[in-house]
Write a protein that binds this ligand. Structure first.
Ligand SMILES: Nc1ncnc2c1ncn2[C@@H]1O[C@H](COP(=O)(O)OP(=O)(O)O)[C@@H](O)[C@H]1O
Ligand SMILES: [Mg+2]
Length: 375
């Protein structure tokens, strides 16, 4: 991805077309944003990365219900203008509905009355002439459902002491010493290949420590959304089957209620995974991972298949969830908003974990480079 992008940028075209260029790591994304901001020719970029759209774009081309509309300004400005336009249209629609109701009641009352029939007729004509205002209705984004743990556990949930882990002789991660508390919010940053997913696997218990120790609270339940889990989803499996496999009682009505809660009502529950969109698969897997209200939720790049509105819905769900969270994401906006007062940031770099007090909102690529150079 980096190489392909570098090759395109190197030739400095007059028109640069980029289709979702930010499936890079955070440093790559920050670098790209800086680069594009200063790019002197025309750029047309498709992206779900709000920071990039805000920093780089001065127009937004919005494709909605098979219509393209051009808006002046960056993404935040587009969002605000659109909200204002929606409010105006809703008001107009309400006014028009009242007017229509008024005319209709006149017609209904006086149509049969000889002295008023002509008036009723003209009102009927007026009614047919009213151009309906179609209020812009936002494509409804379903909320994500991340149930909180029923009973909090005494911290630490996980305690690591000088732990190493990896796949062969040479460990990927070394000298991991940290405690994870029940209210921790940990954002994992770091360039691709540095071991973020490996860390997630170690915490979830999918990888063992090759040296040192990792102790887990005995009642600990972990919800784990793995990075490439979407690709591993059985294409023939339906949400109904997935949910049923996690429920002890096999009562169909109860399973269907749960499916609907996860965002798969009615026939949607019987749709095979192959026919679900990336966003829907993510929704299903997140629902399954957090099914019983885990104490610790590990989300490894959950947003790769989510659009901007779904990402906002995910932020809301994470913020409403009461357990501990480990979040791997390259979406600066997500990491910023899904941070709580006690949020601690840990940066994985050069095979060990490093806590950073730098608040991510202030992070530019240069700050990030300085932070990682401190090691
Ligand atoms: N299943 C595996 N077998 C062998 N090596 C692996 C495996 N998974 C990851 N690695 C290696 O471990 C290192 C860290 O990978 P990973 O944890 O996936 O990084 P990140 O999630 O930060 O991109 C990389 O060098 C990668 O090649
Ligand atoms: Mg990874």
């Amino acid at each position: 991805m980096r190489v392909a992008l570098a090759a395109v940028l190197f030739s400095q075209p007059d028109l640069l077309l980029l289709d979702e260029p930010t499936n890079l790591d955070l440093e790559g994304t920050l670098w790209l944003v800086d680069y594009l901001r200063l790019y002197r020719a025309t750029i047309l970029v498709i992206s779900h990365d709000r920071d990039l759209l805000d920093a780089v774009c001065d127009h937004i081309l919005h494709l909605d219900q098979a219509k393209l509309a051009l808006w002046r300004g960056n993404y935040s400005s587009f969002e605000q203008q659109r909200r204002e336009q929606q409010a105006i249209q809703l008001k107009q629609k309400k006014k028009q509905d009242d007017q229509r109701r008024h005319l209709q009641s006149f017609v209904d009352r006086f149509r049969a009355k000889a002295t008023k029939a002509a008036q009723a007729q003209s009102r009927l004509k007026m009614l047919t002439k009213i151009e309906p205002v179609t209020a812009i209705v936002d494509g409804q984004v379903l909320p994500f459902h991340l149930p909180s743990p029923q009973k909090p556990l005494r911290p630490p949930l996980v305690a690591m002491d000088d732990a190493s882990t990896g796949y062969g002789e040479v460990p990927v991660l070394r000298q991991l010493s940290l405690n994870i508390s029940d209210d921790d919010r940990i954002g994992l940053l770091g360039a691709n290949g540095n071991g973020k997913s490996t860390f997630a696997k170690l915490v979830s218990g999918r990888l063992k420590a090759t040296a040192g120790s990792v102790r887990r609270s005995s009642k600990l339940e972990v919800g784990y959304f793995a990075q490439h889990q979407i690709d591993d989803l059985d294409p023939l499996a339906t949400p109904y089957q997935c949910v049923a496999s996690l429920m002890r009682e096999g009562i169909e009505a109860k399973i269907r209620t749960k499916c609907a809660q996860l965002g798969f009502p009615n026939v949607k529950a019987d749709t095979q995974a192959a026919q679900l969109s990336g966003g829907e698969k993510t929704r299903l897997l997140l629902g399954l991972a957090s099914f019983n209200g885990p104490h610790l939720l590990i989300l490894d790049e959950p947003t790769n298949h989510l659009d901007i509105d779904s990402r906002a819905a995910l932020i809301e769900a994470i913020n409403g969830y009461n357990g501990a969270v480990i979040l791997v994401s390259h979406d600066k906006y997500l990491l910023t908003l899904a941070r709580t007062a006690s949020g601690s940031w840990k940066l994985i770099r050069s095979n060990h974990l490093m806590a950073t007090s730098t608040i991510i909102t202030n992070m530019s690529s240069s700050v990030l480079a300085a932070a990682t150079a401190d090691e």
